[in-house]
Design a protein around this ligand. Sequence first.
Ligand code: SAJ
Length: 423
Amino acid sequence: MNPKTISIIGLGYIGLPTAAVFASRKIKVIGVDVNQKTVETINRGQIHIVEPDLDMVVHAAVTNGYLRATTQPEPADVFLVAVPTPFKGDHEPDLAYIEAASKSIAPVLKRGDLVILESTSPVGATEQMAAWMAESRPDLTFPQNHGEDSDIRVAHCPERVLPGQVLRELVQNDRVIGGMTPKCSAAAAALYKIFVKGECVITNARTAEMCKLTENSFRDVNIAFANELSVICDKMGVNVWELIKLANRHPRVNILQPGPGVGGHCIAVDPWFIVSAAPEEARLIRTAREVNDGKPEWVLNKVRLAVAEYLQSNPGKTAKDTVIACFGLAFKADIDDLRESPALEIARKITVAHPGRIYAVEPNISALPDEFKLTKVELIDAEKALIHANILVLLVDHTPFKTLSSARTSSQIFVDTRGIWKA
Ligand code: SAJ
C-alpha cells in the first residue's frame, strides 16, 4: 500500500505516536482531535502527553511538514481511529467516541479509502463503526453488504503498546490485523508494514477485537492471582515476595507482582467488556477485576493499623500528631500518568480520613493534581519525607524509591505495597 495521506482521528497516547511514526516515514499525516488546545500544541511542534522521545519525533514531523493537526477531518486515503473507549455506569462499553469519529469522517470518505479502528473495543465494534459510516454515506458501499468489492475497506487493528515504551513497541511488536474481509485485512497489513518490524498477523475483525481484550484480561487475572496471594500470605505471616521468587523457580510457574491495585486506562477497563458481553460465563475474569479493585481498600486498612501501632508505641501522641508520607501517586513505576491510579486513590482516601499531616512524594510530577488543592497534602521530596514522616506508605516502585529503605529509622512504621523495602 502506498497512501499519499493518512488521517489519524484522536491524538492521544496512541494516536499521536502513531501519527508521528507514519510522518517520520515521509507520509503526509493529518491528525484530527476535538480538543483545540491539543491541536495548537501539536502544530507548534510540541506534545501534550508524556512519553519518552515523543517530543523529538513530533517536533521533527511538524517542522518537516509531514504532520499537521486540525479539529475537522479532511479527505485522506487512510483513516485510523484511535479514540477512547471507556465504560459506562454498569461497566458497559461506551462507544460514543467511536460513533462520533465514524460520523465525522463519513462526509470526507471516497471510493478506495481504508478505515482502521485501533481503539480497544468490544467484539462487534468494527462492524458497528462500518454501519455508522454506511448510514451517513448511502452513496458508497461497505464490506458488511458488498464484501470484497466494497468501495470502503474496514479493519480492526488493536494497539498493544506499553506506555513508557510506545515508540519502541510500535515498531517492534507484532500486530493483529482483523479485516472485515480478506481484502480489508491485506490493505491494513500493507499499511502497517510501512513501519512495523514485527509480524502483521491476519485474522477477522471480531477475533482481533477479542484478542486485545484477552491480552489485557490475561494480565489482569494474573495480577489478581498475585494480589490474592499477598492478602493470604499476610494472614499467614509468609513474605509473599520471597514466596513468589521461590515459586517462580519452577520452570512452568511465572507469578506476577502484587501491588496496591491495578491502574491505568486499559487493564482495569478492558476485561469488563468481556464480562459485559458474557456476564454468566466470564466468572473468573469478573472475580479478578473485583480482587484487583478491592486491593486499595485492603492497603488503606493496613495504613489504619500502622497508625494504631504507632500511637500504641508513642503514648501521649494523637492521630493528629502522626505524619503519613505516601511514596508514589502514578499508576505504575517510572511514569507520570496518574489516571485510574490506585496509588492516587489510596492517597486521596488517606487525606479524607487522617487528621494529621500528609506528604506525597512523586518525583515524576511538579505539582499535585487539582483535587489535592485546598487539602493538607504537601508534595515534597523523598529525603524530607523520610526525615519528617512517622508512617511511610510505599505505593509505586519508582526506581529512585528502591534505595530509600536504608534511610528509614527504626521508629518509623512502613506499609510496602510493592515489596521493594527490606523488612
Ligand atoms: N501491575 C501489577 N503487577 C504486575 C504488573 C502490573 O500490580 O506484575 C499493575 C501496574 O502497577 C499498573 C497495572 O498493573 O497499575 C497495569 O500496568 P501494566 O504495565 O501491566 O500495563 P499498562 O496498562 O501500562 O499497558 C497494558 C499492556 N497490556 C499488556 O501487557 C497485556 C499494553 O501492552 C497495552 O497496549 C495497554 O495495556 C493498552 O493500551 O491496552
